[in-house]
Design a protein around this ligand. Structure first.
Ligand code: NAD
Ligand code: L34
Length: 294
């Protein structure tokens, strides 16, 4: 069965739209997101435009703040500080990757965790690790929500994550291994957790043998057809996070054609995790508004 991220994301946008409309009908201001983008990476432009469009659809105000590649680290830090202190902004993100001369960690660390709707600051990651109220990064939150909406249980399951990035691999592993009661209240997916998680990466030996024992495989490596049918147990769930451009086409990290017949559930690319990432950003913005701004 295909896990239709595009449809689930549309359902969730409709829910958010109602929630925002109710706030506004109540005389409150709409939530507001700022998106900072540096340089002109075409993929980043597409993702950011998708984010702006999604905000418009649900009634979240959004501003895009674009800087040229040559912007200095200090100027970007000043912008972060300005957004931290702007009371009209509930949350903001700095789209990654940044140009090489800018230290990503310096920028992310400067973001006020209460406005960190990407959940990428050390403060939010640490809070998530300890089970404190936190904002969870968009892609892991979206994956958890997708599993929840299809009622795919994770308790006691063996989840294999391929990739250990700060933006996907590490936080998704953390979310799914957690005791669910430590998750944020008010989240429909908060009860998902309690999995046994194995994290694999470029130095992992015998990836195939490990994957074959997985009930759920989450691939976030950025390598087309990394996950092939011989690596997948019959009836497993396969979540493909990868976004690769091959011969002008968008493909994931999974050999979809051959893996799909073996999988009980599988996400397509496009139309799987990508739209869930975007809708999770909207949920995070609403969360920042509700918990920290109002
Ligand atoms: P990354 O690109 O920073 O790092 C890749 C990770 O995969 C590393 O940890 C590396 O050790 C591991 N890896 C690479 N090749 C491997 C191999 N052959 N075997 C085992 N492990 C291997 O990771 P990222 O930023 O999480 O991005 C991964 C992919 O996911 C990219 O294609 C990216 O575009 C995509 N992505 C998609 C979304 C979405 O919303 N759909 C969000 C974020 C990232
Ligand atoms: N700060 N940087 C920050 N936050 C993020 O959450 C991201 N990411 C990743 C890259 N850098 C970031 C995204 O937004 C990747 N990402 C992202 C967002 C949206 C989509 C893919 C990745 C998306 O919309 N994917 C569509 C297809 C898009 C296309 O046509 O290219 C899909 O259906 O998968």
């Amino acid at each position: 069965m295909i896990l239709d991220g595009k449809k689930i994301a549309a359902d969730i946008r409709a829910e958010i739209r109602e929630e925002v409309a109710a706030l506004v009908a109540d005389g409150k201001r709409a939530p507001k997101l700022a998106v900072v983008i540096v340089g002109n990476n075409p993929a980043s432009e597409t993702y950011v435009n998708n984010k702006m469009k999604a905000c418009a659809e649900v009634g979240i105000e959004a501003v895009k703040i674009a800087y040229p590649t040559e912007i200095s680290e200090q100027t970007l830090l000043n912008e972060v500080s300005r957004l931290n202190n702007d009371p009209s902004i509930d949350g903001f993100i700095v789209q990654l990757p940044l140009p090489d001369h800018i230290h990503e960690s310096a920028i992310l660390s400067a973001i006020d965790y209460r406005k960190d709707v990407d959940g990428l600051t050390p403060a939010n990651v640490g809070r998530t690790v300890q089970g404190l109220p936190s904002i969870v990064s968009a892609t892991p939150r979206g994956i958890r929500e997708l599993l929840a909406r299809y009622q795919i249980q994770t308790e006691g399951k063996h989840v294999v994550v391929i990739g250990r990035s700060n933006i996907v691999g590490k936080p998704v592993a953390l979310l799914l291994m957690q005791r669910p009661y430590l998750s944020l209240p008010g989240m429909s997916a908060a009860s998902l957790g309690d999995a046994t998680v194995t994290v694999c990466h470029s130095k992992t030996q015998d990836l195939k043998a490990i994957c074959r024992t997985a009930d759920i495989i989450i691939v976030a490596a950025g390598s087309p057809k990394l996950l092939t049918a011989d690596m997948v147990k019959e009836g497993a769930t396969v979540i493909d996070v990868g976004i690769n451009r091959v011969d002008g086409h968008l493909v994931g990290d999974v050999d979809f054609e051959n893996v799909a017949p073996k999988a009980a559930y599988i996400t397509p690319v496009p139309g799987g995790v990508g739209p869930m990432t975007i809708v999770s950003l909207l949920q995070n913005t609403l969360q920042a508004y509700n918990e920290y701004s109002r």
